[in-house]
Write a protein that binds this ligand. Structure first.
Ligand code: GLU
Length: 476
């Protein structure tokens, strides 16, 4: 049997971190088993579903490297199968039309509330006679279709993450609506639990892997599998992602969509690495920094935790830094150049860009750190307090003056390190200061402050665009 799993996102928003993490676990399991990872776009909520969200979800999955194996299934195109399943349940007497009006249902809920009872449908139209139905229809009432849920059943399954699961059918809220309200000679829009079962079966899904917020749905869906005589998949319910305070991660935590993480400068590699660790623990001896392929080799549900997974920004940042520090300059430049260009900065040439990427790489945590860190290479930085203080040291300006004089006579090519060392020594000698003073003062002149990356590389980059002389001149 080929393992077939699916991600079934609703295109009602951008790709959410929870959905993306579900995708990661599905993908890892499929690849581990030599199986197939499929997509189904659950676009039956016509009001909230939008094609641009579908595009965003597919783009996000592609960016993360979560490749899928067949054309995505579009749920709304399968409505004929959904209706056929509902019709067969009606024909077998396993489902029925319920004519209760909204006002009647509200009255029922109100009386339950008054008695302190949990809300639950009272199955009032389960046994209507043909005459009663005819009279409701004559009144012009519309009907939903309800699936019969017998109260006395215990639904059990073996969850791949949570082990033995039990659910009492009396806790499912009464007979379940599987099709929305419609005139009695029609079947209305089919609803989530019904369509998921029909589609999973038709896609020959062997394992349903999704968040634990779907556990109650699984209980309902198992009853539908039985009623429709469809082969049962296995189920794995993955833990929720919690914020650092232990509450369900929400928009209030700043980022929830994969777009948000991307635009903050997180890499796809760090995101998939981190999402895997959100709920899965590495086997003994395996590093926490890994790529998807490495994780797929050893992935199993045995190592997925039952408890909610707390989001840990420090760990994600650490992983992102590890990823960036491992990139070669060409890969870094490819990622940084669009950010620089969005800031309005053009590269004088490719080699210069590569050298700048190589210089900044080791100090990046987020890709976007590469904007502020690159700024002084594209824009003259203001002189800051520590920079000014350095320039006020005895002999500092005179040393820089002598350095500038030499550079005006013959600019440094930015490459020839022995010459740069010689220029610094000569300037120190001319001003009667130590070479260290010249170096610190040069840094203050070039960067406006005393913090920054390697001095000779910085100077070299600025020299190649003639900026070293300009910045020295303003300090004299
Ligand atoms: N469309 C559902 C969701 O986004 C799918 C749930 C499932 O995997 O069955 O939550």
């Amino acid at each position: 049997m080929t393992v077939r799993v699916r991600l079934a996102p609703s295109p009602t928003g951008s790709l959410h971190i929870g959905t993306a993490r579900t995708a990661v676990f599905n993908w890892l399991f499929a690849r581990n088993q030599g199986g197939e990872f499929l997509l189904r776009i659950e676009d039956t909520d016509k009001e909230r579903s939008r094609p641009e969200f579908t595009a965003n979800i597919l783009e996000g999955l592609t960016w993360l490297g979560l490749s899928w194996d067949e054309q995505p299934v579009i749920q709304s195109e399968r409505i004929a199968s959904h209706h056929a399943a509902i019709q067969s349940l009606l024909d077998q007497g396993l489902a029925y039309r319920c004519y209760a009006t909204d006002a009647e249902l509200e009255e029922m809920r109100e009386s339950q509330r008054a008695k302190g009872l949990p809300p639950r449908h009272d199955n009032r139209h389960r046994h209507l006679s043909a005459d009663q139905e005819a009279s409701f229809q004559k009144e012009g009432r519309t009907a939903v279709v309800r699936f019969r849920i017998n109260d006395a059943e215990t639904i059990i399954w073996k969850d791949l993450v949570r082990g033995s699961m039990q659910w009492s059918s009396s806790d499912l809220g009464g007979d379940m609506v599987i099709a929305r309200r419609a005139p009695a000679d029609q079947i209305g829009d089919p609803l989530y639990n019904l369509v998921v079962v029909v589609d999973d079966a038709s896609m020959a899904i062997t394992h349903v892997i999704r968040g634990e917020d779907h556990i109650a749905n699984t209980a309902k869906q198992l009853l539908l599998y039985q009623a429709l005589a469809l082969p049962l998949p296995e189920f794995a319910h993955t833990p929720l992602i919690l914020n650092p305070e232990g509450k369900k991660l929400s928009k209030r935590d700043g980022v929830t969509s994969i777009n948000d993480f991307k635009s903050k400068g997180y890499t796809a590699e760090a995101m998939t690495n981190y999402m895997t660790l959100l709920g899965w623990s590495v086997p003994e001896g395996m590093e926490e920094r890994f790529n998807l392929q490495q994780a797929a080799e050893v992935f199993s549900f045995g190592r997925v935790n039952k408890a909610g997974a707390k989001f840990d920004w420090d760990k994600l940042n650490w992983l992102n830094a590890q990823v960036l520090h491992g990139w070669d300059p060409a890969k870094l430049l490819l990622a940084l150049e669009p950010l620089w260009s969005a800031a309005g900065w053009d590269l004088p040439d490719q080699d210069w860009g590569l050298a700048l990427a190589e210089l900044l790489g080791p100090s990046l945590t987020l890709l976007n750190d590469g904007i502020e860190q690159a700024r002084p290479f594209f824009e003259e930085p203001p002189l800051q307090a520590d920079g000014n203080k350095q320039l006020d040291i005895d002999g500092a300006r005179s040393a820089l003056g002598s350095l500038l004089e030499q550079l005006e006579a013959s600019p440094w090519d930015g490459d020839d390190i022995p010459r740069a060392q010689q220029l610094l020594s000569d300037a120190a000698q001319a001003a009667g200061v130590k070479k260290g003073v010249v170096m610190k003062s040069l840094r203050a002149a070039l960067l406006g402050q005393l913090q920054g990356p390697d001095l000779l590389t910085t100077w070299g980059l600025l020299a190649r665009v003639g900026q070293d002389r300009l910045r020295l001149r303003r300090c004299l």
